[in-house]
Design a protein around this ligand. Structure first.
Ligand code: G3I
Length: 455
C-alpha cells in the first residue's frame, strides 16, 4: 500500500472558511492552563499520546520529551503481526512488553496497534489463504490480546480494511478473501481475550465525510445494531496542507453511533498551515465529548516515517514547535469530557399488584457465521414474562466441533454438550428483555439448536 500516494490524495481538500477563521482566532483560555500536553489533556479527561520505537527510549532527549509530555503510548511497529508472531505459533513480545513496562513506570496508558492488518504480516501469513489464514488470524488476535490482557487501553483490532477512492467498500487483501465477516470475527475474538480493552477500527483518509469514511460508518452502525463488540473508531489523520471542513462533523457522526472516537496517528505536513491544522484537529476532538484522546505518530520530526515533511510537534533537537503551542492552547481552552449527570431519585413504586402470575423461562436463538473449518455463533437470549435473575443455554455440538472462545457468557465444556451461563452483568433481564452472547469454534456448528433455562 502506498501511503504517500494516499497522503497526497488526502491533501487536496481546500482550506475551509472554518479553518481560515480558526487560523486568525486567538485562544483566550480561562481554564486552568496545564503546561504539558499530558497534564492539559488529563485535566479534560483525555489522553495525549505518541507512537514510540522502543529502541529510542535510551536516547535521553527522546525519553525526556516522551515522559514529560505524553500520558499514552503506542508501538509504532512492535505490536504488529510480523513483530509478535514471526513464525506461526511462536510469539515474541519483547518490544511490546518493554513499551508496556515503560508506560506503567511513567503513568501512561497503552494503545495496542494493530492486531490484524493487510500490511506487516509475517511471511508465513502472507502465503496463506482461506480457512487456514482465517484460523491463524483469529488465533493471532486471541494470543496477542490475551498476552496483553488488562494492560491495553484500546486495541486497533483491525487496521485499514477499507479501500481508497469512491467505492466505500472493503480493500482487497488475503484477509478479506477469507470472507466479509473476518472483521467481526476479529472483534469477537479480541473481546473474549481482553474484555477490559476498548476495541477500535482504525483507518486513514477518513478525515471528513467521504466515501471511505461513510463505508466505515455503515460497518460500525451495522456492528452496533447486531451486537458485534466495537467500542471505538480511530482516525489516523496523516494530514497535508489543509483540513477537511467537516473533520469535526465526521467525528461527531461516529460518536453519535455510540462509539468513542480517537485521533490515532496525527502528523501534518510542514508549511504555513501546520500549526493551524494541529490546533484545529485538537479543537475538533475537544468539541466532541466522545473524542477521548489524541496520538501523534512520533515524537520529534526526525522520528517520523514522513521524513522531510517535518510533521511532528518537536524539531529534531527536541524544541517545541508552533504546532505544539497551538495544541497545548487548544487542550487548555477546550471543554472537559462531561461526567455522567446524577441520576434522579427513584419515583414511588407502583402500588397495583400484578394480575397474571408470571411465567418463568427464557428462549434462545442462534445465528451462525461459518467458514470452512470454523464458525462464530451469536446467541440471543430472550426472557419470558417473569424476567430472569440468571440463564443457562445449552447446545449439543456435532462431532468435530469445538468451542475456542466465548464472550458475554461462561462456557462449561467445549465439545459435545456445551452449556453457557450468564456473566454477572447480563443475567438479570426484565420480561421480554433480550441479551446476546457469543462463541467461536473450530469445525462446523451447522444445525445446532439452543435450549434455554432461566433461574
Ligand atoms: O527494523 C527494520 C530494519 O532492521 C531494516 O534494516 C530496515 C530496512 O528496510 O527495515 C526496518 O523495518 C522498518 C520499520 O518501519 C522500522 O523502521 C520497515 O522496513 C518499515 O516498513 C516500517 O515502516 C513502518 C510502516 O508503518 C510499515 O508499513 C513505519 O515505521 C510506521 O510508522 C508505519 O506506521 C503506519 C501505521 O502502522 C498504520 N498507519 C499508517 C502508518 C504510516 O505508514
Amino acid at each position: 500500500m502506498n501511503h504517500r500516494r494516499a497522503l497526497r490524495a488526502a491533501v487536496t481538500v481546500a482550506v475551509t472558511g472554518a479553518l481560515a477563521a480558526a487560523m486568525t482566532m486567538t485562544l483566550t483560555s480561562t481554564a486552568s492552563a496545564g503546561t504539558t500536553l499530558r497534564a492539559s489533556a488529563a485535566e479534560k479527561g483525555r489522553y495525549f499520546g505518541a507512537a514510540v520505537a522502543t529502541g529510542k527510549l535510551s536516547t535521553s532527549v527522546y525519553a525526556t520529551i516522551l515522559n514529560r509530555e505524553f500520558n499514552s503510548v503506542v508501538a509504532e511497529n512492535e505490536m504488529k503481526w510480523d513483530a509478535t508472531e514471526p513464525q506461526q505459533g511462536r510469539f515474541s513480545y519483547t518490544g511490546g512488553d518493554r513499551l508496556v513496562s515503560h508506560a506503567q513506570a511513567n503513568g501512561m496508558s497503552v494503545r495496542g496497534h494493530a492486531l490484524l492488518w493487510h500490511q506487516q504480516q509475517p511471511g508465513w501469513a502472507q502465503g496463506m489463504s482461506g480457512s487456514a489464514l482465517r484460523n491463524a488470524a483469529i488465533n493471532h488476535v486471541t494470543q496477542v490480546a490475551t498476552h496483553f490482557r488488562g494492560k491495553i487501553h484500546s486495541w486497533d483490532v483491525v487496521n485499514e480494511a477499507f479501500a481508497d477512492g469512491g467505492s466505500g467498500g472493503r480493500r482487497d487483501s488475503n484477509l478479506q478473501r477469507t470472507g466479509n465477516d473476518w472483521i467481526e470475527a476479529a472483534f469477537r475474538a479480541a473481546r473474549a481475550a481482553d474484555p477490559g480493552a476498548k476495541l477500535c477500527y482504525n483507518d486513514y483518509n477518513t478525515d471528513g465525510i467521504n466515501a471511505k469514511s461513510t463505508g466505515i460508518y455503515n460497518m460500525v452502525r451495522d456492528f452496533r445494531s447486531r451486537g458485534v463488540p466495537i467500542d471505538c473508531v480511530g482516525f489516523q489523520s496523516h494530514l497535508g496542507t489543509s483540513l477537511a471542513g467537516d473533520y469535526q462533523a465526521n467525528l461527531q457522526r461516529f460518536a453519535d453511533l455510540g462509539v468513542d472516537v480517537q485521533i490515532t496517528e496525527l502528523d501534518v505536513m510542514t508549511g504555513g498551515n501546520q500549526a493551524n491544522i494541529y490546533g484545529a484537529v485538537t479543537r475538533a476532538c475537544m468539541n466532541v465529548s466522545r473524542c477521548t484522546g489524541i496520538t501523534v505518530w512520533g515524537v520529534r520530526d526526525c522520528d517520523s516515517w514522513r521524513g522531510s515533511d517535518n510533521a511532528l510537534l518537536f524539531d529534531c533537537n527536541g524544541n517545541k514547535k508552533a504546532a505544539y503551542t497551538n495544541v497545548l492552547n487548544a487542550l487548555n481552552a477546550g471543554p472537559a469530557i462531561p461526567t455522567d449527570p446524577p441520576t434522579d431519585p427513584p419515583t414511588d413504586p407502583p402500588t397495583d399488584p400484578p394480575t397474571d402470575p408470571p411465567t418463568v423461562g427464557c428462549s434462545a436463538s442462534v445465528s451462525l457465521n461459518s467458514w470452512t473449518g470454523g464458525f462464530v455463533a451469536t446467541v440471543k437470549v430472550t426472557a419470558g414474562s417473569a424476567g430472569t435473575s440468571g440463564w443457562n443455554v445449552g447446545f449439543t455440538l456435532p462431532s468435530g466441533a469445538s468451542v475456542t472462545n466465548t464472550w458475554s457468557a461462561t462456557a462449561s465444556g467445549s465439545t459435545g454438550t456445551v452449556r453457557f451461563t450468564n456473566v454477572n452483568y447480563n443475567g438479570r433481564l426484565g420480561a421480554g428483555q433480550v441479551t446476546e452472547f457469543g462463541f467461536q469454534g473450530t469445525g462446523s456448528a451447522s444445525g445446532v439448536m439452543p435450549t434455554c433455562t432461566a433461574s
